[in-house]
Write a protein that binds this ligand. Sequence first.
Ligand SMILES: [Zn+2]
Length: 386
Amino acid sequence: MRKISANYIFPIHTQPIKNGVLTIDEVGKIVELSAFGDTGKDVEFYDGIICPGFVNAHCHIELSHMKGVIPQHSGMTAFCKSVISYRHSDISEQMSAMYAADKLMENEGIVAVGDISNNDLSAQMKSDSRLIYHTFVETLNLNPCFAEENIAKARNIKQTFANKGLRVSITPHAPYSLSERLFELSVAEGNNSGIISIHNEESFDEMDVFAKKQGKMRDFFGTDMDAFLSEYDNPLRRILKYIDSDTSLLLIHNTHTNERDFQQVLTRNRKPTWVLCPSSNLYIENHLPPIEMLRRKNAKIATGTDSLASNTNLSIIKELITVSDNFENIELNELLTWATVNGAEALGIEKQFGTFEKGKTPGIVLIDNINTKKMMLTSKSTSRIL
Ligand SMILES: [Zn+2]
């Protein structure tokens, strides 16, 4: 047994507890959460606050070898071009970058990850990892002739992850990068698994191509887009055409989502989670998602880091600091709710993760360098797993 205390404990399912004491057993299972300060010698006391382990709801660990290689603020189409050109790097370099990224996340207090994969290269690393991964095998191809072949390939990759006992499902990349047939087949796979994670309304270029049927993205991806562009004036509507109402729908980025889009999602799906990756949005086009609107609408928000191709780190605390710097009115408990239980629920792992409720093994994270007077993160706040 360990007894752990700090200036404040944020259990997430209840209000923060000043000098609370958390008792865990040898495997990290929550045995007791006490509101009464225990000053016994057997209590480990930390300066700072304690919360459950972070859930990184959106990552692409297989892009970890691209850290620092893509210029910032060059826009989405230029970013896509760069990712495609760096995809086929040396395999051993890719593998070691993935193992290092996994360690980086573990040290920062991340306990679970929703991770996008285009191949099975990360399967062994995920099997070796102490983190829980849900792998989303991603489909993308604009040429409808290859739709059946692409789905068959995705099923094979999915099987490789499943054979290692890993959580896995198939998901479409984004509304702009799949033929109608492949999009329909991929969403059907996700509906069958009960979960979809899709990039949504991420960039100016994406909004432009649906609204105007032209622009940088159309120039790059070509005439294969025209078949579906004539049918949809907005990327989100393509998702909503096929999504089941009970599928856990992780909408990633939402940088350009407006209130009308938000309402439309609610008419089609009962379980949307709005996954925000603010550092990546700033990296690619120096723009932040509509956080005030989402909060006003009581949206369920979760946080992701995206990949090291569009972020300098894989750190949930740094994502929260970015939000806190730009929206000072958001209380710390709310930010931590995004970073813990909301991501856990979206990924269907809330029985184990997300709160300090008895019986869970959520991981224990210490956050230091907090402004305890205002109960806010500072630019110096860091997190680590205890
Ligand atoms: Zn992404």
